[in-house]
Structures are given as C-alpha cells and as structure tokens.
Design a protein around this ligand. Structure first.
Ligand code: KG4
Ligand code: ZN
Length: 361
C-alpha cells in the first residue's frame, strides 16, 4: 500500500511517499530553523505562514523524487495531533482537500505515534518494547505492545528534554536550536559540573525545569550576566566553563532518563528500547543509554537493589534502536508509515470528523 504522508505540526514542512510502511520512495523536509533562529524559538504565526508557502513545492518535489503520480497513491496520512494549532491546520486542510479531490482514504495520525514508529523505517523491532520519545515538545516512555496497542508509562511534569536543551543553549549564548550546540560544546569538557539529578524518588515522572534553573543559577552565579536589554544572555564564561556546564547538563539528563527507563524495564520486561524524536540525534545520550542497557549499570541506588538487579540480569543486555539521523527530527515518512500500521483504526470516513487537536487529546 502506497501512502502519501504530510507533517506540519511544528516547524518542518514535510511530505513523503512510503510503501508498506517501510519502502521510502521520497521524503522531502523543508526546515524553518533559519527563519525562527533570530527569534530564539519557534514563532507559531510565522510557522503556519511558512507551511502555507512551502507545502505546494514540497508536495511537488515528493512526487518528482519518487517518480510517481497521483494514480500511484492509495491513501493520505496527516499529523492532526498534538502540535501547534495553526501549523496542524495547514497540513490537515491540505490533506482533506487532496483526499477529497482524489477520492482517497484519509488517515489522521498522532505525531508521537509517528516518532514511535520511526525506527521501523530502518530496523525490525521486537514487541513488546519501550519507546523513549524525546523531542522539543515531549518527553515520554511508552509501552509498545504492538503499533496498535501502546500506552504511556512515564512522562514529564513540566519541560520537555529538547526544550531544556534549547533553554540551556540560550542561557549560555549558544543560539538556536540548542540541542546540537550543547552536544558540540560539551565535547571539550574537562571537569563537568555535577548537577543534581531530578525526581529520583518518582519512577514515572520526568522534570527538566529544575535542571534548567540549576544551569541558570550556575551561569548567573558565575557571571552576574542576567541583566540587559535582551533576554539572550551574553555570558562572559570561558569556552571551557561552557563545555563543563554543557557536559554536566547532559550527564544529569542521561541519569534522569536512565532512572525512569530502569523502572519501566523492571515493570514491563520489554525486548528492546527505542529512542526517537529530535533529542535522539544526540549521539552522546544514545551511546550512554545503550551502554547502560548492555551492562545493567544504573546510577540510581534504588535500581541497584538485589530484587531489581535480578530482573535486569534476566532481561539485559537489550537492543537499543534509534532512527537514522534524518528521521529523528520531524518528517512525513514516519507519518505515512504509521498510517500503514494503524490504517484499520485511523481511517476517517467523513472528512468533517478529522479534527485538529493541539494538545493531543
Ligand atoms: O522531534 P523534533 O524535531 O520536534 C518536536 O517534535 O519537538 O525535536 C526538536 C528538538 C529541539 O528541542 C532540538 O534542540 C532537539 O530536538 N535536538 C537535540 C539535538 N538535535 C536536536 N537535542 C539534543 N542533542 C541534539 N543533538
Ligand atoms: Zn516531533
């Protein structure tokens, strides 16, 4: 089955043509990063305007790259939740119009299901598995019994991890988007700062706002650079100090993620872990999590207790999968693939039924 996918939930305009959830005939992604960079983050009104401008050319290019025409397409999949309302509206309106004009089935796809499915674009995944979704808007662990049957087992109480990366980068004057810049700066660390790992007592909640504040205190305490006309700080920190803060932040993030992954593994005995979303592009984080799931070495004392260690001994080592780099961040190939796996449930019979749901529910 050949499905055309459309993704416009945030700041990437993407169209892909994917066969049977696996064979990617084309995947075109127009990123808006440059336009949002000067504002230090995504501006919703600008994002939706750019989706409107970019979508026709991205669609045309997807057909060209695939060397296909409308007669080849058997269904249209579109992200309709969660995301920026005005951005989702552009993709959903385009998908409804195209599906109606071509008489094609229309599939409304949950953006996070798309991220969860994304590793299957390049790997065979065993079930059940755990899916760690770490992006600019979400931090969750899902128990994936099958692609038709999955539920959230841990999630953030406040910021998403990608959002925390972006804010830390901003505090350190590294620019936007923060993730890749923090990761690059951290490579020169000599003595990483030891930040407190958040919420160790709670097995199912992430929290990144305190960690972000700890970085702010570290930066403010050192430079006193919090005043000024703009809210982008211009710290007088040495590159070495910035590197040590970035690496310390990443270490705390890794430990925080590992705490909840450890509890979730003990709870559901999965056969694998997947790491998806924009933060899965962070090679340090993926390497550290992979290493822990081979050795069973968890930093948190509670996870080193004999009862849990006995469980880990049975289940670990465990394979860890993340998508190819290009499919870590938002893309339409994962949306088209998700429609293939979920088509029986997600097909929308009347176009009026497909609603935009910014919060995901
Ligand atoms: O999945 P995504 O493209 O969009 C959302 O659905 O949110 O994720 C974007 C997020 C941004 O916060 C960005 O800073 C983060 O992913 N990111 C990274 C890296 N590359 C992108 N975070 C950490 N390390 C990276 N290398
Ligand atoms: Zn995303």
């Amino acid at each position: 089955m050949i499905i055309l996918g459309i993704e416009t939930s945030c700041d990437e305009t993407s169209v892909a043509i994917v066969e049977n959830g696996r064979q990617i005939h084309s995947c075109v992604i127009a990123s808006q990063i440059k336009a949002h960079r000067r504002h230090g983050g995504v501006v919703p009104e600008l994002a939706s305007r750019m989706h409107t401008e970019d979508l026709p050319a991205v669609l045309q290019r997807a057909f060209q790259d695939a060397n296909m025409g409308w007669d080849d397409i058997e269904g249209i999949a579109v992200t309709h939740r969660p995301g920026l309302e005005s951005s989702l509206l552009i993709g959903v309106t385009a998908a409804k119009t195209l599906a109606h004009a071509r008489g094609l089935p229309l599939y409304g796809i949950h953006h996070l299901h798309g991220h969860i499915v994304s590793p299957t674009l390049s790997h065979d995944l065993p079930f059940p598995h755990l899916a760690l979704v770490v992006s600019g808007g979400h931090t969750q662990i899902w128990h994936v019994r099958s692609f038709q049957d999955m539920s959230v087992v841990a999630q953030t109480r406040d910021d998403a991890v990608g959002e925390a990366f972006d804010k830390v980068a901003r505090l350190l004057g590294l620019g936007y988007p923060g993730g890749p810049r923090v990761e690059a700066a951290a490579r020169d660390a000599t003595a990483p700062i030891a930040f407190t790992v958040p919420l160790r007592h709670d097995p199912t909640s992430f929290s990144f706002s305190g960690l972000k504040t700890a970085v702010m205190v570290e930066v403010g305490g050192y430079t006193g650079a919090q005043s000024g006309a703009t809210n982008i700080l211009k710290p007088v920190l040495s590159p070495e100090r910035i590197a040590n803060i970035c690496q310390g932040f990443q270490n705390a993030v890794v430990q925080h993620l590992l705490d909840k992954i450890g509890y979730a593994i003990a709870q559901v005995s999965p056969k694998a872990l997947t790491i998806t979303g924009g933060v899965a592009a962070n090679r340090f984080i993926v390497a550290q999590l992979t290493d822990a799931l081979q050795t069973g070495k968890f930093g948190h004392a509670a996870l080193r207790e004999p009862a849990l260690q006995a469980i880990f001994k049975k289940i670990l080592p465990m394979p860890v999968y993340s998508p190819d780099l290009v499919f870590c961040t938002d893309n339409a190939a994962m949306i088209a693939a998700t429609a293939y796996y979920m088509s029986a449930e997600t097909v929308i019979d009347t176009y009026a039924e497909l609603k935009v749901l910014p919060t995901g529910c």
